[in-house]
Design a protein around this ligand. Structure first.
Ligand code: 5GP
Length: 199
């Protein structure tokens, strides 16, 4: 751990289907010492999702027990399921001198900012338009029509909260948006651990 280095929490939010997952992967590829916090969720796994890699898939009963025990740094109910970030994971990574990337919803992001104002950097990923978002969600074929409608309604709510974030990245072009996201992370981290410098 670099002396005097206070670990950062890069918190990415944005509506479902906006491309957060892909941007997150690009950011993680770009930096050493930046790790992804794997959330717990009560929603069932989607095809191809792996336990402990994408999420920790747990029952609602277990989730609520963990809430009761104060295990979550933040948690929220999103699209009808619970999602939460384990405090122990984040504390372990920060103590190891790593920075942490969270991909969580707006409610969770605002909780993290309130808890750790000097360490949390909130980055909102915004779609070019709600119509484009809807098109991407349908194209993805991961959700039923009902769930798509819920996600679009939630997206409209989330977009209204973008001004509470430190940065807004418009995902009009994946390559450009990924570069912008990496530049934001780079700014805060200085030159610590950027891969292109090492290779
Ligand atoms: P999905 O079901 O599409 O994987 O995720 C649905 C939403 O839950 C996304 O907006 C995602 O960012 C959010 N989410 C994922 N993990 C967490 C978490 O640990 N906490 C909170 N508050 N939201 C989360």
């Amino acid at each position: 751990m670099k002396k005097g280095h206070e670990g950062k929490l890069f918190v990415i939010s944005g509506p479902s289907g906006v491309g957060k997952g892909t941007l997150r992967a690009r950011a993680l590829e770009g930096f050493d010492d930046l790790v992804y916090s794997i959330s717990c969720t009560t929603r069932p796994p989607r095809e191809g999702e792996r336990e402990g890699m994408d999420y920790r898939f747990i029952s609602e009963q277990e989730f609520l027990e963990r809430v009761r025990q104060g295990q979550f740094l933040e948690y929220a109910r999103v699209h009808g399921a619970f999602y939460g970030t384990l405090r122990s994971d984040v504390e372990r990574d920060l103590a190891a001198g790593l920075d942490v990337l969270l991909e969580i919803d707006v409610q969770g992001a605002l909780q993290v900012k309130q808890l750790l104002p000097s360490q949390a950097i909130l980055i909102f990923v915004s779609p070019p338009s709600v119509e484009e978002l809807e098109r991407r969600l349908r194209w993805r074929h991961t959700e039923t029509e009902d769930k798509i409608r819920v996600r679009i309604a939630n997206a409209k709510e989330e977009l209204l909260q973008a001004d509470k974030y430190d940065h807004v990245v418009l995902n009009d072009d994946l390559f450009r948006a990924a570069e912008e996201l990496k530049n934001i992370i780079y700014e805060y981290r200085g030159k610590v651990g950027i891969k292109s410098e090492i290779l």
